[in-house]
Design a protein around this ligand. Structure first.
Ligand SMILES: *Cc1c(COP(=O)(O)O)cnc(C)c1O
Length: 297
């Protein structure tokens, strides 16, 4: 049912050549790093579980993926948000509409739900939990097998972070699951949600040993998650024009900008991980189009 391993393509953008890991192609509804993070739940049996509960924002990619998982597993899905805008309630779109369609029951302003019994499975916000390692390990193995088959011994990897769970477990798996004769790639990432200190803290909560932590890189200017920035929109449009590939509008624009502004990453062949999240563009793109009508494909 899932398209694994995902393809690795060579692309050119703004004068650089790099490899792109197409995790956006895993499945039409269950893709990107959320599919990797929730793979453990998809692959294993949970005979006593009848309900999934979680919390977070009303347009989160994780929320949508959890709704797909719950549907596949025939679990109920209850999700709590601090706030739901009148506009979104009246005009469901993007991840929210998709999750509602999959049967998500939403609770507004009641705080995070607590599991009531052993039939309830609690998922942390954004899937930030140890179980995510299971599916991300598989991503690491796919990359190392590709390195081996393509004789690409040295490699730097880049992916933008939210909770940092994907970047952390990817770097950790690459370190510990070595394929003979292949160097361990270095994973570079940038914080998109908080700052470097926040991301570092997230890493530490999942893994005490800093030897397993990814390398954090940033731009000078501070960016706020979910806000609109002309430079981010511009690179997103340019990526689509030059590569023909659609990226996510929340994480990828900053990711590409940070990566391209960090020359040391290009000391070795580079692989960028496409982490999916395209349904979220349904809400982000109209906002960008309204704010910068002069910018177009
Ligand atoms: C969730 C998400 C991220 C962030 O992943 P973390 O594991 O929380 O760091 C990055 N990109 C996309 C497209 C996502 O959906």
């Amino acid at each position: 049912m899932l398209q694994l391993p995902t393809p690795i393509e060579q692309i050119r953008f703004s004068g650089v050549t790099l490899y792109l890991k197409r995790d956006d192609l895993i499945h039409a509804d269950f893709s990107g790093n959320k599919a990797r993070k929730f793979y453990h739940y998809l692959e294993n049996a949970f005979p006593s579980v009848t309900k999934l509960i979680s919390y977070g924002s009303s347009q989160s990619n994780a929320m949508y993926s959890m709704s797909v998982l719950a549907k596949m597993k025939e679990w109920e899905f209850e999700y709590s948000v601090d706030h739901l805008s009148e506009y979104l309630r009246e005009n469901p779109h993007g991840n929210y509409a998709g999750a509602i369609k999959n049967g998500m029951q939403i609770h507004v302003g009641q705080g995070a739900l607590a599991p009531t019994n052993k039939n309830t499975l609690l998922m942390e916000e954004g899937g930030r939990q140890k179980e995510a390692e299971y599916g991300i390990k598989l991503l690491a193995q796919e990359i190392q097998e590709w390195q081996n088959n393509n004789n690409t011994k040295a490699l730097n990897i880049f992916l933008p972070s939210g909770t940092g769970t994907t970047a952390l477990f990817l770097q950790k798996s690459l370190h510990s699951e070595g394929v003979v004769g292949v160097q361990h790639p270095t994973v570079y990432t940038c914080p998109c949600v908080g700052d470097s200190a926040y991301l570092k803290k997230q890493f530490l909560e999942l893994e005490e040993d800093v030897a397993y932590h990814p390398s954090i890189v940033t731009l000078e200017k501070k960016y706020h998650f979910g806000k609109l920035y002309k430079e981010n929109y511009k690179i997103w449009l340019e990526l689509r024009k030059q590569t023909g590939i659609e990226f996510d509008l929340l994480y990828d624009p900053l990711g590409w900008r940070v990566m391209l502004a960090t020359p040391e990453i290009f000391d070795k062949p580079v692989m960028y991980i496409h982490q999916g999240g395209l349904l979220g563009n349904e809400s982000m793109l109209p906002r960008y189009e309204r704010k910068y009508p002069e910018l177009k494909l």
